[in-house]
Design a protein around this ligand. Structure first.
Ligand SMILES: [Zn+2]
Length: 138
């Protein structure tokens, strides 16, 4: 019955892997949503700065003092973005450690899926990473 035992064992590991990945996915999605909100905020602010400068020039001269607070707020958003990127890395590291702790196969082999260099988990058979575009080796 060695074959059956082995199958059962790999099934258990698979289940643990799936639940770890599901949990990571939740945390990761949350951080990713926060990152995309901040990126939008940054983009909107940059756009507003540009529009304001054009308006000012049209009316006479550009006042640096007036746009400076907006520029500073871009710095703030960038600092928050850097924090969120770190958080994202932390979540991925935590997942890796949790997977190791279960004794499950490395992420690559788990579920027959692939983990891209950028950390994105890809479905089996994916040819190109949808996140960074890197070609995946079979
Ligand atoms: Zn990638």
């Amino acid at each position: 019955m060695a074959f059956f035992d082995k199958m059962k064992e790999s099934l258990n590991k698979g289940t643990a892997t799936v639940s770890i990945k599901a949990q990571t996915m939740l945390e990761l999605n949350k951080v990713k949503a926060e990152i995309s909100n901040l990126e939008k905020q940054k983009k909107d602010t940059l756009e507003a700065i540009g529009e304001r400068m054009v308006e000012m020039k049209r009316a006479g001269a550009i006042s640096v003092e007036e746009v400076e607070p907006m520029v500073l707020s871009v710095f703030e958003v960038e600092a928050k973005l850097a924090e969120k990127e770190l958080e994202k890395q932390e979540v991925l590291k935590k997942e890796e450690e949790a997977l190791k702790a279960t004794g499950a196969a490395p992420a690559q082999e788990a579920q027959g899926g692939i983990v891209c260099e950028c950390g994105e988990v890809l479905a089996p058979g994916t040819k190109f990473c949808p996140k960074c575009g890197k070609k995946q080796d079979e």
